[in-house]
Design a protein around this ligand. Structure first.
Ligand code: PLP
Length: 380
């Protein structure tokens, strides 16, 4: 018999986690809302499910699919991206040290500062594009190195493989927040990371209508078992309906992201040529400082996110955003609709984000319409 060929991601996303319902023949799996599952007379659980906080058929399908997407051994789904991040730090103990990207999503350092520092976790914040700085921050107590590439919102690129090599010399685990790139564009486990974190609220769900998070593990080992314990005992799990929605999002992930990436590249090139734009942050531009590293670790293009600095200050940036008609002024990213955000004002008074920066999440609208809208908004 011929060996089955490895199926491509576009095919996998359509079929993975999908089973024809044996009772009804339903092509789309049902949503199993039951919180509890019947035992046999001998006390066993014939379906393998006991209680929905520990596992559920919809979550099972989602977790298997996420592991497959990232090339991991196991995935755990959470009720938000922040719940997934929280679970990583909940695995630590007082006195442990963590090294966190100084350009990580602002909620990550805030969580560590506001909650985990009070529980004895010690954190260093480092420019991850500077390998010497990463090395200098490591101690014998370092347990986690938290990276996010491209960074948020400046799209700085860090070298996943080089950072993983440094972290592993100290016995630390590398966690990569891969929300911005999506597994279609970048798979950090293939470059040496140990855990991938996602806000599945974004590209994975893709329709701006469900909140979720996930951790995907390179190995099914004692770290994974501890994280699963945090998931079950902490109880920050997604509902069956949320898992079902995320699975529906995964079905079109490849198509959506392919379009978003192609459009983002075009929009970045348009903005880079515009005289009223001071700077464009997009790793797909040759001029980007991290372009060569990005080209090595980001396959299928450079993602659907970019940011740009308008000439002037916060008022000018806000005025450009206000004139846009197609882009919605809103936080978040990865949905089918294009969004724009004045990032400094959402991050608050302690934000280090430049006041003239606008962050853009490119949707699946026609790219020429997006460029036309930006052109009229920038000209004013
Ligand atoms: N990581 C990144 C890169 C994000 O953009 C976000 C949310 O914006 C999060 C984590 C947190 O995810 P959630 O909002 O699903 O809790």
């Amino acid at each position: 018999m011929n060996k089955p060929t490895k199926r491509r991601i576009e095919t996998e996303t359509v079929h993975m986690g999908n089973h024809i319902d044996p009772h009804t023949g339903a092509v789309v799996p049902p949503i199993v809302m039951s919180t509890t599952f019947a035992r046999e007379a001998d006390g066993s659980f014939p379906s393998g499910y006991v209680y929905t906080r520990s596992d559920n058929p919809n979550r099972h399908a989602l977790e298997e699919s996420l592991a497959n997407l990232e090339g991991g051994a196991r995935a755990l789904a959470f009720s938000s991206g922040q719940a997934a991040t929280n679970a990583v730090f909940q695995m630590l103990k007082s006195g442990d040290h963590v090294v966190i990207a100084n350009e990580a999503y602002f909620g990550t350092p805030k969580l560590v500062r506001e909650i985990f520092s009070h529980l004895g976790i010690i954190a260093s914040y480092v420019d991850m594009s500077n390998l010497a700085a990463v090395k200098a921050a490591m101690t014998t107590q370092t347990k986690i190195v938290w990276i996010e590439t491209p960074s948020n919102p400046l799209l700085t690129i860090s070298d996943i493989q080089a950072i993983s090599e440094i972290a592993h010399q100290y016995g630390a685990l590398v966690v990569a927040d891969n929300t911005w790139a999506s597994p279609l564009v970048q798979r950090p486990l293939a470059h040496g990371a140990d855990i991938v974190m996602h806000s599945t609220t974004k590209y994975i769900s893709g329709h701006t209508d469900v909140l979720g998070g996930a951790l995907i593990f390179a190995r099914n080992d004692d770290v994974t078992a501890r994280a699963q314990m945090v998931q079950t005992l902490g109880g920050a799990v997604p509902s069956p309906f949320d898992c079902w929605l995320m699975m529906r999002g995964i079905r079109t992930l490849a198509l959506r992201v392919r379009q978003q990436v192609a459009s983002a590249q075009r929009v970045a090139e348009f903005l880079a040529d515009h005289p009223a734009i001071e700077r464009v942050n997009y790793p797909g531009l040759d001029s980007h400082a991290g372009h060569a590293i990005a080209a090595r670790q980001m396959t299928n293009g450079f993602g659907g996110m970019l940011s740009f600095h308008v000439q002037g200050g916060a008022d000018t940036a806000m005025a450009v955003a206000a004139r846009l008609q197609l882009f919605t002024r809103a936080t978040s990213l990865g949905g089918i609709e294009s969004l724009i955000e004045h990032r400094a004002s959402i991050e608050g008074p302690t934000s280090a984000t430049p006041q003239n920066l606008l962050r853009v999440s490119i949707g699946i609208e026609h790219v020429d319409d997006l460029i036309d809208d930006l052109r009229q908004a920038i000209h004013g």
